[in-house]
Design a protein around this ligand. Sequence first.
Ligand code: NAD
Length: 496
Amino acid sequence: MAKKFLNYIGGEWVEPSTGKYFQNRNPANWNQIVGLFPDSGVQDARRAVRSAARGFEVWSKTPAPLRGEVLKAAGDLLVKNKEKIARVMTQEMGKVLDETRGDVQEGIDTAYYAAIEGRRLFGHTVPSELRDKWAMTYRRPIGICGLITPFNFPMAIPTWKMFPALVCGNSVIFKPSHDVPRTATMLVEILLEAGLPQEAVQLVHGYGRVVGEALVHHPSVPVISFTGSTATGSVIGETCGRVHKRLSLEMGGKNAQIVMDDADLDLALEGVLWGAFGTAGQRCTATSRLIVHKKVHNRFLRMVCDAAEKLRLGDGLEASTDVGPLIHEDARNKVKQYVRIGQEEGASLEVGGKVPRGARLGKGWFYRPTVFAGVKPRSRLEQEEIFGPVLSVIQVRSLDEAIKVNNDVVYGLSSSIYTRDVRGAFKAMTELATGISYINAPTIGAEAHLPFGGVKQTGNGHREGGWEVYDFYTETKVLYVDYSGRLQRAQIDTYE
Ligand code: NAD
């Protein structure tokens, strides 16, 4: 019998009000059940909100440096448990162990950054227009933050939201993806062990259409931070807009790597393999388009196809594995569907395009790394997010054309260019319409202390990570102290 896991609501581990559980299975071997997790109902979300309101009372009054110390302790516990968490994460999510270790490391870096921020949380002190008067700002916590996260970074993305929200003095309700509930449970266990007051965090497992929506609609949750698909983000955005919630959206991508005719092709090859097929293409920053200058197109295409064919699929726990499975059957069906679409659109399937055969991979959601050439700009294959190991190669004649193709999609998360020409690199840096651009590095590889996010339909103007996220989780309060002993009227009285 598989182990049953619980929600964390009201300061205790509890069964869901529905009495129902869902199975979490290993995507590399669907016979292996990772655990049974609460299929929670709206009642559970509402209970979590009542408890988080009490948690906010306690936690928001705790001095920020002490809040930071809890985050420091959480970082230390992540360090101690890194290997254990990474292994469990690979079992429930599928990506290879090196990548799940990196996912935990991102959480560790985010914890230590947040810990220090507890001693900063700067406001401004500025001169007043008037005599004998001070003017300054400070940052207040907002209240309960509803955090809704996707499956592909089970540790990093929740910590990007939770740690800054907490160090700023908010309480949080965590609704993880139902595809990765085990890692989410470990994260909450670690926060509690680190000394977080019991009701400052709530964990409500379950489905987005029930628990997620309940949080988004609840009037006592003033902040929603969501990472996931653009389709889901649009639904959440409409609701939050109507009820005036503060909302951070991090959504889909259709990222490109540009390879110019003067590029170091061996370096560009390593970059595109890692960018396109790492995490089986299930990264928001994954390279799903390769834009290549025609002078090196045929040669580079051959290099990419030869290398992609050699990538070894398998269980992410095995050291020989390069690429793990997709997260579930629907995800693999979506990849199959886009391979059909690509063929119908006349793109040339060069490598992959099939489910691997054989007993070793027969019980997982594997798909061969796939390369299409001759992909036309503005075709569906070139425009739409697939979220799988499918790379579309587009040939261009100039840097201007490469930038145009890169920018001509609705998304704008990440981009990359391989070139030795400093003028071309700077032109690309300024003209690529994405939140992040890499020069001579793949489209993936964000660092925890820099802002992360995208433009156009990838985001709504906020950033995770770095210093910017602390603005999202606080309200700026302005303070005026008039010690003149008389009525002074700003904008009306003169400066004498
Ligand atoms: P998803 O949109 O299916 O689900 C994300 C989360 O939203 C889950 O927790 C889900 O339960 C919840 N949800 C679903 N419907 C909801 C609703 N109506 N109301 C409230 N919550 C709801 O995404 P996914 O498949 O888990 O993740 C893949 C997507 O995430 C891709 O599009 C990828 O590009 C995107 N992503 C973006 C970033 C980024 O930073 N831009 C990072 C990682 C993933």
